[in-house]
Design a protein around this ligand. Sequence first.
Ligand code: G4P
Length: 460
Amino acid sequence: MTFLEEVQRRRTFAIISHPDAGKTTLTEKLLLYGGAIHLAGSVKSRKTAKHAVSDWMEIEKQRGISVTSSVLQFDYDGCRVNILDTPGHQDFSEDTYRTLMAADSAVMLIDVAKGVEAQTKKLFAVSKERGIPIFTFVNKIDHFGRSPFDLMEEIENVLGIRTCPMNWPIGINGEYKGVYDREHETIELFAKDETHGQEKLASEKGALTDPRMKELLGDDVYQALLDDIELLDVAGDPFDFDKVRAGELTPMFFGSAMTNFGVKPFLEKFLELAPSPAPRQAVEEIVQPTSEDFSALVFKIQANMDPNHHDRIVFMRICSGKFEKGMSVLHRQSNKTIRLSQPQQFLATERTIVEDAYPGDIIGVFDPGIFSIGDTVCSPGKKFQYEGIPTFAPEHFARVRLLDSMKRKQFVKGINQIAQEGAIQIFQEIMGGMEEIIVGVVGVLQFDVLKYRLENEYNV
Ligand code: G4P
């Protein structure tokens, strides 16, 4: 495959949603259909695991698993798919914003019964600001929810983006049997889910005009579908690729991640419409992903994932050029040349060493202690520098005081490293030293995390 083909087959996206809309479940099902896992984990075991932990322990748990789940990669239909994990906790944190900086598109997941929720609004606003295409997946249509027309209206009124359903659920009052593909005018009816969504769901396809489909649906459901189609064609927005790319129109899909209903049609259409890596604005120029010169943007740093090794992993999104294991790159902010010697990539739950990677891919490398969020690395001799990732104004402040002054060194190190990761911002140092400082955070949960990490990772 040529370099150009490698770039063009990349699809890098993040799923944004309010907690509990089904992001974890959908991600898992995309992996199932992508062949990266063979049996989706049972919902039950997750349920017990989930409610047993308090909110901030949840963050810890997420940190614990997020090295492996930060980016999930699989191949489908010739595409190389990278799903970026966004933190799922209630606290709106900057993490999500940074993750979106590495994405080329976003999938907005909406619970059919709940519609647009608080977190959906915030994350939508951030995606919109990034100017990336936003796709909508209305989830949980296996149980009773709101009418699809009602949801379209809500998305348009509350979020201010036009909608264009690509498919449409077939059935009356939430009793859905399948989806109608508007472009191909075909019906896909799904079998009853017998495996609690652990395995792919069987389906049967046929043309809208196929008498067998009409027979399978029954006269009432069939007629209701025809009425819906007519209404959509007359009153809905037509599909317009340019508007999708500009983030002005969201292609909409319906399904149930839990039962796998509609997951495959969504995945296939999404991969067809979603953009490959886009050009990116650097300080002095616009860098094309197909440029031969390598460049990448640091969007996430995670320290002490393994308590036995105090290592920091830096996640970077490749923006241009081909990455090869062991290559030397220039770290723009320090002007140092470094070798990226143990680059890692993530497939389902495994970490693997990457031999090469292309624009759109995310790699994790060990940090020799020089990286901060928003840094650029590039081919030596090049002067690319991406515009940094903006920080949010903190909304909460706290005074942090070191109790045991013998531990000053660890305290300073801990505070600084956690600040470099972007979890906190350091404001005023009191009395000239670091024994007492003021930190600011965007979400209050970060205070708990800070305290917990200082105690457990830095022993202060
Ligand atoms: P999140 O990552 O967005 O927070 O959501 P997650 O996937 O954990 O899903 C949240 C809950 O919604 C889970 O229930 C999950 O099984 C359920 N869910 C996900 N997709 C669907 C769907 O298509 N249909 C239905 N009916 N449910 C779905 P849970 O944690 O087991 O607990 P509970 O809320 O069912 O009690």
